[in-house]
Design a protein around this ligand. Structure first.
Ligand SMILES: NC(=O)c1ccc[n+]([C@@H]2O[C@H](COP(=O)([O-])OP(=O)(O)OC[C@H]3O[C@@H](n4cnc5c(N)ncnc54)[C@H](O)[C@@H]3O)[C@@H](O)[C@H]2O)c1
Length: 421
């Protein structure tokens, strides 16, 4: 089948998007620099939990979905979506180098009739100021010869109630014709498409969504630290507040932000805002509170061990869950990694269990089954509460538990050996 859509970047965003279009009967080719990943996809194997092999393999076999390392594949396609990483540099500034180098590749292959859409999360102005000049350098006119838009990805790994197809898609084109073309294209596979007047509005929409989460998580993380001093159960307070049917939205505290988005994206806006002599104080404050959480968790473990007359140094600490969120294996920016570093600095002997993460090569650790590890550990710290683990049993068997996710719930509170965030 001729691919109508080329997606550059076969990651957490690109692969689910490819599946959505392929399931709508539209031929898709994924372009990725990672040859191993490309070969695996072409064998019907998936590295993204949300796209299980059972759904990927039939699409590959039917010839509706394929992957390649060759950028020339974009020539044939009508639409090209860019779903590439947008990380921060070492000094926490936007690093668009991956997107820029990919756009250079696309520019040499751009032809009349192409639709190009950037989906990578980024600061307002990227599509117009960074992508357009590179694509337009060959003389093709945007809005006439080719179309360019921004449409933010709303993938939430592990979520099952909303899919790429059913989650409304926001689209903003560089010109009105660009918006229309992009809306029409997404409308072929996605149920609801919502247009905005510019790529900047679409870029900022995504950042607002992520900053909203980051700020609210910071608020409840700060409250958790106050509750710790006041000896009030923050989980009980959040649960009670959530019974209000209006005007309150529930966010839960935790050991810190993880994943590709929340710890990173707000700083894209903070950086851009400085160009306008504007300081985004909510973003900075939320970042500060959330980044402090692993340090607070260290303190909590230290105090818990102290209550057993033990020091962190030399204690055997078994972490449960190291991925950044429940039921996925994604380690990006996971607060567990920071906690491991902090505990090691204090001389703790570490082990972990995570059904989704077999190895932590950089830390020299591999997942150890709970049976056998629980009784040996001086302290068990629940960092990410994957489902399928019997936390009540864990709380009964371990000598000391520090639960950063309320996995032990009220049973945990009743048990004197469980310390909760
Ligand atoms: N992961 C999420 O949950 C999520 C959600 C919403 C938005 N986003 C945003 O989407 C964008 C993509 O994130 P992701 O999570 O899919 O990243 P990812 O790391 O999972 O995937 C990126 C893919 O791009 C490939 N790649 C790197 N450089 C390349 C190049 N020059 N040419 C072709 N392929 C290249 C990599 O090999 C990898 O397969 C980011 O901007 C992110 O912020 C991510």
């Amino acid at each position: 089948m001729k691919p109508e859509l080329a997606i550059v970047g076969a990651g957490y965003v690109g692969l689910p998007l490819a599946r959505c279009f392929a399931e709508a009967g539209i031929g898709v080719v994924l372009v990725d620099v990672d040859a191993e990943r490309v070969e695996a996809i072409n064998r019907g194997e998936s590295h993204v939990e949300d796209v299980p092999a059972e759904t990927l393999a039939p699409l590959v076999e039917a010839g509706t979905l394929a992957a390649t390392t060759d950028y020339d594949a974009v020539r044939e396609a009508d639409a090209i979506v860019i779903a590439l990483p947008t990380p921060l540099s070492a000094n926490r500034e936007p690093d668009l180098s991956i997107v820029r180098s990919a756009v250079q590749e696309l520019a040499t292959r751009l032809r009349k009739g192409h639709l190009v859409v950037l989906e990578s999360t980024t600061y307002p102005g990227t599509t117009r100021e960074e992508v357009l000049p590179i694509l337009g350098a060959g003389g093709l006119e945007v809005g006439k010869d080719f179309h360019l838009a921004f449409s933010p990805e709303r993938i939430d790994p592990g979520r099952e109630d909303w899919t790429v197809k059913t989650t409304p898609k926001v689209v903003g084109g560089v010109t009105a014709a660009c918006t229309d073309r992009a809306c029409e294209f997404y409308g072929r596979a996605i149920d609801t498409v919502f247009s905005v007047s510019s790529p900047e509005a679409a870029e900022l929409t995504k950042l607002l969504e992520n900053i909203f989460r980051s700020v609210n998580i910071a608020l409840v993380n700060e409250l958790a630290q106050l509750c710790d001093r006041m000896r009030v159960d923050v989980w009980e307070v959040v649960e009670a507040a959530a019974t209000k049917p209006f005007g309150f939205m529930s966010f839960t505290p935790g050991p810190g932000l993880g994943g590709h988005c929340l710890p990173v994206d707000p700083f894209y806006l903070a950086w851009k805002a400085r160009e306008f002599d504007f300081y985004t104080e909510f973003i900075e404050l939320a970042g500060k509170v959330n980044e402090n959480m692993p340090y607070f968790c260290l303190e909590k473990i230290t105090r818990a061990l102290n209550s057993h007359e033990k020091a962190v140094k030399g204690s055997r600490i078994h972490l449960v869950g190291v991925a950044y969120k429940a039921d996925v294996g994604d380690l990006r920016e996971s607060p567990a990694l920071k906690l491991i570093e902090l505990l090691r600095d204090e001389g703790a002997e570490l082990s972990y269990y995570d059904p989704h993460v077999a190895e932590l090569p950089e830390q020299g650790l591999s997942s150890q089954e709970l049976d056998g590890s629980l009784e040996k550990a001086d302290c068990v710290a629940i960092v990410t509460a994957h489902s399928g683990i019997d936390y009540d049993r864990l709380a009964e068997r371990a000598r000391l538990v520090v639960d950063f996710r309320n996995a032990t719930g009220r049973n945990g509170s009743a048990n004197g050996r469980v310390w909760k965030l």
